[in-house]
Design a protein around this ligand. Structure first.
Ligand SMILES: C[S@@+](CC[C@H](N)C(=O)[O-])C[C@H]1O[C@@H](n2cnc3c(N)ncnc32)[C@H](O)[C@@H]1O
Length: 186
């Protein structure tokens, strides 16, 4: 039996999500990649939590050769899709199956954590964010993007410094569909 909680994203849904994401979410990935590359220090260890097919990590690999890139996802099928989609980037990105509440990364080992469109699927935001805090190094940054109207539990982030949540509007979309949370581990 798997150590990981069950997931909606089986092989068929994971492959279908990747096709839709490639078509519809390029603008979001580009925007988030620009934010991450502006903030990540040289040689930063960057972890994408709930990475899905890993398309954001491709953008990061293309923009910054110095970044050490990892992605984790609850779904083993989604990680298989991410591995297959990585193509030329496969030597730059490590994908692992993991629950956000039980990450394989050691304490204080990640410089920047990013997550897109995954938080709304986390059942326990307090436990999830506490685990993100554990693996971030002091001074590390957290960037979490999700649907603007999805549940957002500000208290879950109360240990973090410089917490901000702002609407994210993409170029061609008339309203802000997404919101981005930025915070720092002090
Ligand atoms: C809507 S997809 C978003 C994927 C990708 N980040 C993107 O923006 O295209 C949500 C992803 O979060 C993952 N996920 C859901 N709950 C999770 C958890 N508890 N821990 C890790 N990943 C999780 C799902 O398996 C899925 O791949």
């Amino acid at each position: 039996m798997s150590d990981h909680a069950s997931t909606y994203f089986d092989r068929k849904r994971s492959a279908s999500y990747d096709r839709r994401a490639a078509r519809l979410l390029g603008g979001l990935y580009r925007r988030v990649a620009a934010d991450v590359t502006a903030l990540a220090p040289p040689g930063a260890v960057v972890l994408d939590v709930g990475t899905g097919p890993g398309r954001l990590l491709h953008q990061l690999a293309a923009r910054r050769a110095d970044l050490v890139l990892g992605g984790v996802d609850l779904s083993a099928d989604m990680v298989a899709v991410a591995d297959a989609a990585a193509g030329a980037w496969s030597s730059r990105i490590t994908f692992q199956v993991a629950d956000v509440t039980s990450l394989p990364q050691p304490d204080d080992s990640v410089d920047l954590i990013v997550s897109t469109l995954s938080m709304h699927e986390w059942p326990d935001h307090r436990r999830a964010v506490a685990e993100l805090w554990r693996v971030l190094r002091p001074g590390g940054l957290l960037l979490v993007y999700d649907f603007r109207f999805a549940r957002f539990e500000r208290e879950a982030f109360s240990d973090f410094a410089r917490l901000r949540r702002v609407p994210v509007r993409l170029k061609w979309w008339p309203v802000a569909l997404f919101a981005g949370v930025t915070a720092a581990k002090h």
